[in-house]
Design a binder for this molecule. Structure first.
Ligand code: PLP
Length: 396
């Protein structure tokens, strides 16, 4: 039996009819940039997450970069984050000219360890960027308490966690800003690249909207006014001020980007929104089955926190013989993924930050032990049984 780590073809099958119809509509509408589906998707997304604003962008990395810039974070600033994440988390901080400061993770939840944050705070610290890694919320109450005490902003990297909840609130609505990715393998993915910024702060939203389109247009002027303490009101023209018909399109107020979500991608994502709760629930059911069946094997199963509801973007287990396990599973047709083999503080690109092996013991420990087994919602009963039996046999 051959089982991929993520089955994108199976996922497409379950939305094929609607997605095809919607994509065709976009193609014939010829409204490819900031079309109706983008505007509607942003509204639906904001409502789902429970925030006032959702600002779509070209990918999750840009979401993080634009969010940091919208918060005014840049050169000379420090941002606290986790070393056990995808590179884009740290990269976005470096990209805006700030310095990523790593705080070790918890060995069981894989998320940033709140009890180790305070000792890393300096005069230069401006923000904390927790990652809801593999779909499980970080300990947001503890993080927000520290952020409040030191007047820091909180940027949630929710790239892997659309729909995850912490104490009944959706991730992306808990910090000052939330950032999502629609990379195809994320639990809400499109057919290419895409991303989203969420916030309930009007000013952050205005600046983010301006930055995504060359700092131009009415949002550009609004952002400029905000940043320069000008109180004059900028009127919204007929239609939507983010469209290509914006009368201030060729008037630029900030140095920004061209990072927008394609209308076609928004249409595809809209066709998936009615499925996402069911898909996330299936992931949780699969995780529960694995938890039960694998807890007595030599594999260490992931720990979930009581105050959170994970969406299991990945089901990441630990083994002392990780590389051997991964190879043997491959021989049996089961694909796995190693997340993450090199923690951020030991990446070559960050050698000048001065970290050394031993600085982040938990992240380093995990980097030698963790791997993901298939958890996607379309897994059949037979596939799950096969995965469980194979993992048990191999890990004996
Ligand atoms: C995927 C991911 C990103 C970046 O998203 P892209 O859409 O690939 O740019 C950022 N942070 C984390 C934790 C991710 O998993």
């Amino acid at each position: 039996m051959n089982i991929p780590l993520v089955d994108l073809k199976a996922q497409y099958k379950s939305v094929e009819k609607e997605a095809n119809k919607k994509v065709k509509e976009v193609l014939s509408s010829a409204s490819y940039i900031m079309g109706k589906d983008v505007i509607e998707f942003e509204k639906e997304f904001a409502e789902y997450v429970g925030v006032k604003h959702a600002i779509s962008v070209g990918n999750g990395t840009d979401a993080l970069v634009v969010a940091l810039m919208a918060l005014g974070i840049g050169k000379g600033d420090e941002v606290i984050t986790t070393p056990f994440t995808f590179f884009a988390t740290a990269e976005s901080i470096s990209f805006v000219g700030a310095k990523p400061v790593f705080v070790d993770v918890e060995k069981d939840t894989y998320n940033i360890n709140p009890s180790k944050i305070e000792e890393k705070i300096t005069e230069k610290t401006k923000a904390i960027m927790p990652v809801h890694i593999f779909g499980q919320p970080a300990k947001m109450d503890e993080i927000k308490t520290i952020a409040r005490k030191y007047n820091l902003q909180v940027i949630e990297d929710a790239a892997q966690a659309f729909g995850a909840e912490y104490k009944g609130k959706k991730v992306g609505s808990i910090g000052d800003v939330g950032c999502f990715s629609f990379f195809p393998t994320k639990n809400l993915g499109c057919a290419g690249d895409g991303g989203m910024i969420t916030t309930s702060d009007d000013n952050i939203a205005t600046i983010a909207r301006a930055l995504r389109t060359h700092g131009s247009g009415e949002n550009g002027q609004r952002a400029y006014n905000l940043l320069n303490n000008i109180t004059e009101e900028v009127k919204t023209s007929e239609g939507h001020d983010d469209t290509v018909y914006n009368p201030l399109k060729y008037y630029n107020y900030l140095i920004g980007f061209n990072t927008r979500l394609d209308t076609i991608q928004a249409a595809i994502l809209r066709s998936k929104m009615s499925h996402i709760d069911m898909w996330n629930e299936k992931r949780r059911e699969n995780a529960k089955l694995y938890d039960e069946k694998l807890k007595d094997s030599s594999i260490t199963v992931p720990v979930t926190i009581n105050e959170g509801k994970s969406v299991y973007n990945m089901y990441v287990v630990q083994s002392e013989n990780r590389d051997e396990m991964v190879n043997k599973l491959k021989e049996k047709g089961i694909s796995t993924g190693v997340y993450y083999p090199v923690p951020m503080h030991l990446q070559k690109v960050y050698k000048d930050l001065g970290y050394k092996e031993g600085d982040m013991p938990a992240a380093e420990y995990l980097s030698h032990r963790t791997f993901a087994i298939p958890i996607f919602p379309e897994l059949t009963h037979e596939q799950k049984e096969y995965i469980i039996d194979t993992v048990k046999n191999i890990s004996k």
